[in-house]
Design a protein. Structure first.
Length: 237
C-alpha cells in the first residue's frame, strides 16, 4: 500500500515537472515583448472629423451639429477635451444639448486618461538556456511601468515572489549583444537588484527595444520628479 502511494506521488511529480517545462517552451517560442494598449481609447483617438460627426449624429442624436464639428476640425484626439464653452463656439446653443454631448464624451475622457496612464508600459519574459534547469522551468517575468520595473518569479506549487525596482533609484542601463542572444543590465541603488539586475532576451531587436524603453521610462520619471519638485518650490514661496 505504501509503495502504491509513493508511486502515485512520484508520477504526479513527474507530470508537474513536464507541464512546467512545456510552459517554459511556450515562453521561449512566444515573442518576448508586447505593448499593452487600451483598445477603445486608441480607436477613439484614431477618429477623423467625419467619424466624430457620425458619433454626434447617431449616438448623441444631434445631427444638426455634425457639420459644426467637421468645420472646427474636431477629431478623436480632441473630442475628450471639449468644454461647455467649446460647444458654444461650435454652435451648440441649447443647454440640454451641451449636457447630452458632454455626458457622451465622458467615457472618451476616461479612455484618454487610461492611454496616458498606460503609455509606455511593456512586459516581457527573460530567455533562459535549457541547461539552466530550475531557471528554465520558471523564468522571471518583467513589467515596466512609468515609475518602476516589476519582477515576478514563480516556482512550483504556486510559490514565488515579486518585487519592484523604483526607477528613481536606477543609475544606469546597459545593453550587451552576444552571438545568440543579448542581455540587459539595470544598475540601481535598489537593494533587491543586488545591486545589478541582469536578464537575457533571445531576440537582439526585442532586447534593444526593452533597453530603450527602460531608458525612456527612467528619463520621463526624472522629468516628472523634477517638475513636481519645481511646483512644490513655487507653492512654498
Amino acid at each position: 500500500m505504501l509503495c502504491t502511494v509513493t508511486a502515485i506521488r512520484s508520477d504526479a511529480l513527474v507530470v508537474k515537472t513536464l507541464l512546467a517545462r512545456f510552459r517554459c517552451l511556450l515562453y521561449i517560442f512566444t515573442p518576448y515583448t508586447h505593448t499593452h494598449t487600451h483598445a477603445r481609447a486608441h480607436a477613439i483617438i484614431a477618429w477623423d472629423e467625419k467619424r466624430v460627426a457620425q458619433f454626434i449624429s447617431e449616438e448623441c442624436g444631434l445631427p444638426q451639429y455634425a457639420q459644426g464639428f467637421i468645420k472646427n476640425n474636431i477629431t478623436g484626439k480632441i473630442i475628450g477635451l471639449l468644454t461647455k464653452q467649446d460647444l458654444i463656439d461650435i454652435g451648440v446653443k441649447l443647454v440640454g444639448h451641451r449636457i447630452r454631448i458632454l455626458n457622451n464624451v465622458k467615457p472618451f475622457q476616461a479612455a484618454k486618461a487610461a492611454v496616458k496612464r498606460l503609455g509606455g508600459i511593456q512586459s516581457w519574459t527573460e530567455f533562459v538556456w535549457p541547461y539552466q534547469c530550475s531557471q528554465f522551468c520558471f523564468p522571471r517575468r518583467f513589467k515596466l511601468t512609468q515609475t518602476g520595473l516589476r519582477i515576478k518569479q514563480d516556482y512550483c506549487c504556486g510559490v514565488g515572489h515579486e518585487n519592484t525596482i523604483d526607477l528613481c533609484l536606477v543609475r544606469d542601463v546597459k545593453f550587451h549583444k552576444t552571438c545568440c542572444s543579448c542581455r540587459v543590465q539595470v544598475i540601481s541603488s535598489e537593494a533587491s537588484a543586488k545591486p545589478n539586475l541582469v536578464f537575457h532576451i533571445w531576440s537582439h531587436r526585442a532586447g534593444k527595444d526593452i533597453y530603450k524603453s527602460i531608458i525612456a521610462a527612467m528619463e520621463a520619471n526624472q522629468d516628472r520628479m523634477a517638475g513636481s519638485a519645481f511646483s512644490s518650490t513655487k507653492v512654498a514661496h
